[in-house]
Design a protein around this ligand. Structure first.
Ligand SMILES: [Zn+2]
Length: 461
């Protein structure tokens, strides 16, 4: 009797182990399947580590940005389009980690969980990927960067579609420079990074939008308060320097003049805890992704901050870092009454036969939590900024809400920022422009934003 029980137990154990083993194998297959198939040893898809056979990548108008022909991978015929769309499309060797060629390699090469490389073997190519970007707009944005490093992006805040996405420096994938690895001049710094997703920048004055949100929600009489600027403000034995001497000003004027003294005082009224709480509600220290593309995490950390650090943090200096994607989405949230649509770059995927295999569904961004009332107040303040301070004439025919930034950095000239959106239901676009080491945001980043917005407007007529 005892033996029978023991035998049964052993048998049950063996069966359990068998199923556990099967489970692990299946899990491995699901998790690693795409990697096994896109292993660079597969000569049919890769040659010398570069993708050779894969589906087409097209822009929103059907312009082909990358395709395979006779066992070779090619890009668009225009050099400026190739350079302007490189970081979104990605290179064939996957140096650009956030590019479509790398991030979506399994789908692009035709990998399918059940059929393996069925599509590829049957039709000679994988899925086509249709992007939301407009390659002509991207080419113009690249031209507007005029050799400067940085990035420009514009997205439709009602649908989430990113229509413009350019990161510089860039290179021509049909003619890759041979001195990228040996160059010491710095002209190729971070050339494989899509700055839109991976760039972490000091925000400078564009962060005053976040400080303003904290003030609107936590200082009941913020609109009736007066602030004094004598050219600087002393805090905890240190001094926050202003860009001017603004005298006695209101909250609205403080944002319009981008007065550092007033914003350091606002930060002091709020304190570390409320500032951190608001920053985190607005997406700082939170994970973020665009489709399956990982975006770097914006950072706001006052855990080691002394009094003067809070002053600097309130005006977007100190240790704070942001990604352009985060800032763009925050602009979308303000424009859209507090709820941002998630930005995305892939509209859909189609099989070689032309059927849609995957389509992006518009979704709300859960990382940014902005009250509707706060969003509307920020929108009014940012509209006043443009209307009274920067000038509507700098955006002919548009109604823009925005904030400039001139972020001080340790190496060289400040970064020039301009972020905002069009406050027009028939033209619902939010934008971000950052030009590294390029001086004033107003003088340098505003014209780039206007050029790109005018181009998008022209494409819609
Ligand atoms: Zn001032």
């Amino acid at each position: 009797m005892k033996n029978t029980v023991r035998r049964s137990l052993v048998l049950i154990l063996v069966i359990a182990m068998f199923f556990a083993g099967m489970g692990i194998l299946l899990a491995q297959f699901i998790i690693k399947g795409p990697d096994w198939v896109t292993n660079k040893a597969d000569r049919h898809i890769y040659y010398n580590g570069a993708i050779i056979n894969a589906g087409e990548i097209q822009d929103r108008n059907g312009v082909v940005l990358a395709y395979s022909e006779n066992g070779e991978r090619h890009f668009n015929e225009s050099e400026s389009v190739r350079k302007a769309t490189l970081h979104t499309v990605g290179d064939t060797t996957g140096f650009i980690a956030t590019g479509i060629h790398k991030t979506y390699s399994a789908r692009l090469t035709g990998y399918n969980l059940f059929n393996g490389v069925y599509n590829l073997k049957k039709h000679g190519q994988g899925n086509n990927i249709i992007l939301t970007i407009d390659s002509e707009v991207c080419a113009l944005a690249y031209e507007a960067l005029n050799g400067r490093k940085g990035c420009v992006s514009v997205y439709n805040y009602k649908t989430g579609e990113i229509e413009c996405l350019v990161s510089a420096p860039t290179f021509d994938p049909e003619n890759k420079p041979t001195d990228i690895d040996t160059d010491e001049s710095g002209k190729y710094d971070g050339i494989y990074l899509n700055r839109m997703f991976s760039g972490l920048y000091t925000p400078g004055s564009i962060f005053k939008i976040v400080t303003s949100a904290a003030a609107i929600e936590n200082i009941p009489d913020i609109y009736s308060r007066q602030f004094t600027c004598k050219g600087s403000y002393e805090m905890g034995g240190g001094k926050v320097i202003c860009n001017g001497t603004h005298g006695t000003i209101s909250f609205e004027q403080a944002l319009g003049y981008s007065c550092n003294s007033a914003f350091a005082q606002i930060g002091e009224l709020l304190g570390n805890e409320l500032m951190t709480q608001t920053a985190e509600k607005l997406g700082f220290n939170k994970d973020f992704s665009v489709g399956e593309i990982d975006v770097n995490t914006s950072r706001f950390d006052l855990s080691k901050a002394v009094a003067i650090d809070l002053g600097w943090a309130s005006i977007g200096q100190y240790d704070t870092l942001v990604t352009p994607t985060h800032m763009l989405t925050l602009m979308g949230a303000i424009a859209n009454g507090g709820t941002a649509k998630m930005p995305y770059v892939i509209d859909k995927m189609t099989s070689p036969a032309g059927t849609t295999t995957q389509k992006t569904i518009v979704s709300n961004c859960k990382t940014i939590k902005l009250e509707e009332d706060t969003a509307n107040k920020l929108k009014s303040l940012m509209r006043v900024n443009v209307n009274k301070y920067y000038g509507d004439s700098r955006f002919p025919g548009l109604s823009i809400c925005g904030k400039t930034g001139t972020a001080e950095v340790s190496n060289g000239e400040p970064h020039a920022w301009f972020v905002g959106f069009s406050d027009d239901p028939s033209f619902p676009y939010a934008f971000v422009v950052i030009l590294e080491n390029s001086g004033s945001g107003s003088s340098n980043a505003i014209p780039v934003a206007n050029t790109v917005l005018q181009k998008i407007k022209a494409t819609k007529n």
